[in-house]
Design a protein around this ligand. Structure first.
Ligand code: FAD
Length: 546
């Protein structure tokens, strides 16, 4: 049996190695149009700033290793240009010799990845403008930096890769501007959480141009010298990195007549088989089931690519495999001293899909506050108002954000509710967490909301017509004022609650929502009719003055 694999990086390399481990006799060939296989594309940004100093560390496995260890043949600079399904044969262009050769397959695994995009105004890319998608791209950027010593840089695209590049160029002491056509960075986050990241970028001296389109590149000879924006601003630059999204490379799959889904990817079953059972599609080109909506989706991330490759390799080798699980789009990025992470759906997507939801926001420490070096994080849970099923989560903060989002992703994988999350038995000692972990605290708040004990109010909600009780200290109120509120510090509420009208809908407010919860519970027990807690408190609401 011959298994051909097209594309030798995340999904392709995983598929090849798995197939070999399960089948010692199959002939396995990787066809890769580039010069490298199995490199760490996720590590590329970190070499730019010198954080991963040794380039060779980014090459996980060489063609020689694949041959010596696995007896897998790797042909680099070999591009598959067409598939003939009737004769089960692919045509391959050998870029070194220029020859076009045919090779038959019994099983064919496509892992052709994505194509980076550039706004039309940037095309063709000037000599000092680059994508960062392959090792060769990275080498070209490094060579340009060494040769021209740029003092300033513009990064187009405020997604995960764009932000990583911003940080790394800043490490190189460049004056960096980030341009994003949407009004916020990281579209996966809700607006206020993205705002925390934006504030942090600005605190590091990164200039942000958000919600603005590129009008034109100003060039001298073949190099860009400035970027003209639609809002009239012009940003001078010595270097331009374009990280404006990606498109799945499905030309081969289309030419072969495989079924293409509504998200522009190849439709596959749980074993990663396309509409032709002899052809598998994995990684960025595959459409997979979403764990919240159950709909097909396409999320270009390394985790699903590697797991999908493993399943395709297993199925190609054995004709059976454990099925691919649903995906949640769990993702994480470091932005200087902050980490931002998310899983499941955000408010924008839930609204667009008409899925009812509620949300709870907490601020918590990475570990017990009395143990040194605890770092703060904001954590948001989105859940179903009917059964408390977790629909999504986001977190931005210091240490420990990764752990919390991964725990919630695990709970979501198993269809968990906020009530179940509140009972998860987590490891605890002061250097690592809290006996009531941020996970539990967020789940407790969500459960209280579902039980109306008290109900939560969205940070962006209008408070007009409500009796607003501000239980913060005077100093806090001066720092972030809240107009039209009745100020009664939490420790005075037991003495002064009679000043309030128990018939009015009442919102209790503090810095993070914690003291407001105590105040709201007190008023509820005193017979107030409708008491609510402003979720996330003023620390989040104050971000609204965007
Ligand atoms: P790839 O790994 O891109 O491999 C596709 C390969 O197919 C390419 O080498 C290409 O040359 C080859 N190919 C294409 N067409 C042909 C053809 N016709 N014939 C032969 N070969 C062909 N994801 C995360 O989850 N976390 C991260 O931190 C993260 N960081 C990233 C940083 C960067 C700079 C980049 C570029 C990506 C990052 N990603 C990250 C995304 C992740 O790397 C991709 O989702 C993943 O690599 C997709 O795997 P794949 O196998 O589908 O495609």
């Amino acid at each position: 049996m011959r298994i051909l694999i097209v594309g030798g990086v995340a999904g392709g390399a995983s598929a090849a190695a798995r197939a070999r481990r399960l089948n010692a006799d199959a002939e396995i060939v990787i066809l890769e149009k580039g010069t490298n296989i199995s490199f760490a594309n996720c590590g590329l940004p970190y070499h730019l700033g010198g954080e991963i100093a040794n380039r060779e560390k980014l090459i996980i496995a060489s063609p020689d290793l694949f041959w010596n260890r696995f007896r897998i043949e790797v042909r680099t600079e070999h591009e598959v240009v067409s598939i003939d399904r009737a004769s089960k044969c692919v045509s391959i262009l050998d870029h070194r010799s220029g020859d076009l050769v045919g090779l038959t397959y019994d099983r064919l695994i496509l892992s052709t990845g994505s194509q980076p995009l550039a706004p039309p105004q940037c095309q063709p890319l000037p000599a000092n403008a680059f994508h960062l998608w392959t090792l060769n791209d990275m080498d070209r950027i490094m060579a340009s930096i060494v040769k021209h010593n740029p003092k300033s840089a513009v990064v187009i695209g405020g997604g995960f890769v764009g932000l990583e590049v911003v940080e790394q160029l800043h490490r190189r002491k460049m004056n960096v501007t980030l341009i994003e056509r949407n009004p916020q960075v990281l579209q996966q986050l809700d607006r206020l959480f993205a705002k925390i990241v934006e504030n942090h970028l600005e605190s590091k001296g990164v200039q942000l141009a958000l919600g603005v389109q590129i009008k034109n590149l100003i060039k001298r000879e073949d190099r860009v010298t400035a970027i003209e924006l639609e809002d009239g601003n012009t940003i001078p630059t010595d270097l331009l990195i374009v990280g404006a999204g990606v498109r799945p490379r499905i030309a081969l799959a289309e030419q072969a007549g495989l079924q293409i889904g509504i998200n522009g990817g190849v439709v596959v079953n749980e074993f990663m088989q396309s509409s032709d059972p002899s052809i598998y599609a994995v990684g960025d080109i595959a459409e997979l089931k979403h764990g919240v909506t159950g709909e097909l989706t396409r999320i270009p991330l390394a985790g699903p690519a590697n797991r999908g490759g493993r399943i395709a390799g297993e199925h190609a080798a054995l004709q059976h495999a454990s099925p691919m699980g649903a995906i949640l789009g769990t993702a994480i990025v470091r932005v200087f001293d902050l980490t931002a992470a998310c899983t499941g759906l955000n408010e924008t997507t839930l609204n667009a899909k008409g899925i009812p939801f509620r949300s709870a926001i907490i601020e918590a420490g990475s570990h017990a506050s009395y143990f040194p070096a605890s770092q703060s994080m904001q954590l948001k849970l989105l859940y179903s108002p009917s059964d408390g099923k977790i629909l999504g989560a986001q977190s931005v903060g210091g240490e420990g954000v990764d752990k919390r989002i991964d725990i919630i992703a695990t709970a979501m994988h198993f269809g968990g509710t906020v009530r179940q999350l509140a009972q998860v038995d987590l490891a605890y000692a002061p250097p690592y967490g809290s006996a009531k972990d941020p996970i539990h605290m967020a789940a407790f708040v969500a459960c209280n909301d579902l039980d109306r004990s008290p109900r939560l109010v969205e940070p962006t909600a209008s408070l007009t017509g409500k009796q607003i009780v501000d239980v913060r200290t005077e100093r806090e109120r001066q720092q972030i004022p809240l107009p039209n509120a009745i100020a009664i510090e939490i420790d005075h509420l037991a003495d002064r609650w009679t000043e309030l009208d128990p018939e009015l809908p009442t919102v209790v407010v503090c810095h993070s929502g914690k003291r407001a919860h105590i105040g709201a519970c007190f008023l509820l027990r005193k017979g107030f009719q409708q008491v609510m807690n402003l979720t996330g408190g003023m620390s989040i609401r104050s971000l609204m003055s965007l």
